[in-house]
Design a protein around this ligand. Sequence first.
Ligand SMILES: NC(=O)c1ccc[n+]([C@@H]2O[C@H](COP(=O)([O-])OP(=O)(O)OC[C@H]3O[C@@H](n4cnc5c(N)ncnc54)[C@H](O)[C@@H]3O)[C@@H](O)[C@H]2O)c1
Length: 383
Amino acid sequence: MSDDIGVWFVGARGSVATTAVVGALAIRSGLAEPIGCVADLPELAVAGAPGLDRLVFGGHDVVEVPLAKRADLLAADGVLPPYLPAALATELAATDAELRPGVRAGDPDQRAQIDRIAADLSAFRERHGLARVVVVDVSSTEPPVPPDPAHESLAALDAALDAGLAPLPPSSRYAYAAFQAGCPFVAFTPSAGPRLPALAELAQNHAVPWCGSDGKTGETLIKTALAPVFASRALRVLSWSGVNLLGGGDGATLGDPTHVQSKIDSKARGLEAILGHRVDGPLHIDNVPDLGEWKTAWDHVHFAGFLGTRMTMQFTWAGCDSALAAPLVLDLVRLLARVHETGRGGPVAELAFFFKDPVATDEHRLATQVDMLVALAASLGAV
Ligand SMILES: NC(=O)c1ccc[n+]([C@@H]2O[C@H](COP(=O)([O-])OP(=O)(O)OC[C@H]3O[C@@H](n4cnc5c(N)ncnc54)[C@H](O)[C@@H]3O)[C@@H](O)[C@H]2O)c1
């Protein structure tokens, strides 16, 4: 067995996964610098996380577009430097050979699917003699999951699966399979994934660490840095409205009113926790196809100061979503692999820094999340 780490993307042919694969290959070949990667900052490097040169990539997707073609499209859209896809053609072809067909919402026999996904993960680990495989969900956002008694305990979930019922959305089938195969899981989307109580129980049983949900990459990142200013100065935020315009595959998915609700819910969570009271303000997410991989957000904050005097703060954010998300995905893989190596299982609240809707904590303030992450790194370094 080598000490290499497997990275298994659910949604492996999407923008975020492709950008992460191309980015990691480019950095370790000396073709790019690790800008935006935090795991090598001195205060986090003490964790002893595995380097990018130790990562081996594979994954599932429900489409078959070759990874090299996806990389070409991202380069044409300006997400990737134009010379990279050709320079990394051999490595991208090797990664393509590690991609397998995924499962879809309507597919029958969920137990068989879970077993097949788990077998794909185990085979990948064995084929490359990997120390561990971290599964990262970067697939299309699913609609919110309605309450189901089968989600409440592992016994109830297993009974439903054995009875041939279909209780799980795809993201949770992947999470089930990952835990069954002993793989740590990163929920980078707002989909239910591992967050059902039954799956949290399964992760605990297998002593597998997991984290999520929904990568905090752009507007919400800035929001959770700025909102504590109002709280600490006792200024009263009256409303915080936001408009998000985006294109690409994510824009198309979120253009669907059922799918977008998961994203709106996860984006809204932090503000109330930081300010300590409910805040009015509509939050719009609109699909604008010609924006491609770029997203523009406009936030309008209306607040009251001394004697009720009204004021506003506004900011606009124009980001390339996949370029913001990809380095975080790589950081998460490296840190979660290290957590797994130390033998810790269950939700990792200290990784809240990376997420809009962090598991096992209500802490949304960015600066405090940085402190939590630095403390985690120090504790990992001491093991
Ligand atoms: N880019 C960011 O800044 C950011 C931030 C937070 C969260 N996210 C989330 O990351 C996810 C990926 O974003 P993207 O821009 O790469 O989207 P994308 O549409 O480019 O890629 C999604 C991929 O998932 C695949 N997929 C869909 N259903 C699947 C299934 N059942 N099994 C396996 N694969 C499946 C699609 O075929 C596609 O290749 C989205 O859910 C998005 O909300 C992105």
